[in-house]
Design a protein around this ligand. Sequence first.
Ligand code: HEC
Length: 160
Amino acid sequence: MKLQRHSRLILVMLGCTLFGAAMVLLFQLIWQAAEEHERNPNRVNLRNQIMRRKTKTMHDILDGMIYGDLGRVETAANRMQKYSETINEFLLDPRYEKLSLEFDLSISELSDSAIRKDMDAAKEATLRLERNCIECHSHINRKNRNLKPKATNESSFNET
Ligand code: HEC
């Protein structure tokens, strides 16, 4: 009798310990998730990640061109098309819209010429694509510079 009660007590204690351990684990998991969330405010990191991938994709296109691997070029061009969709309408001025359009055109020209295995056309489209990167980014940089508040107290001036 006494032994039975004893082992029931042990069982209950074991149960409590297991439950406690599970709670600690759960708490740790929640804490970790919260920390990760903290490190990722406003999806800014996500956007930067996409943009780094954009640079890497351009690199892939160049590599594909250098090695004459148009299959690789086509795959990369299709990926670039997706990234292009994420930056559409970032700015709403006519010049940005024109640059966006040119970017999309270069990508589809590149993709088409890669499918046709037309190395010359692919080369021209790649060069145009690179030019599009630089042109759009200098447009954005110029706008950002102009929008910076001058030495005056216009700190609330941050329209884009
Ligand atoms: C039509 C405009 C446009 C074109 C063309 C364009 N980008 Fe971008 N890019 C953007 C915008 C908008 C952002 C986001 C800027 C921001 O959020 O401040 C961006 C961000 C980036 C960033 C991240 C910069 C940062 O501050 O984190 C990189 C790198 C980048 N682009 C590379 C490229 C490459 C490589 C190409 C060409 C294959 C390209 N871009 C073509 C508009 C463009």
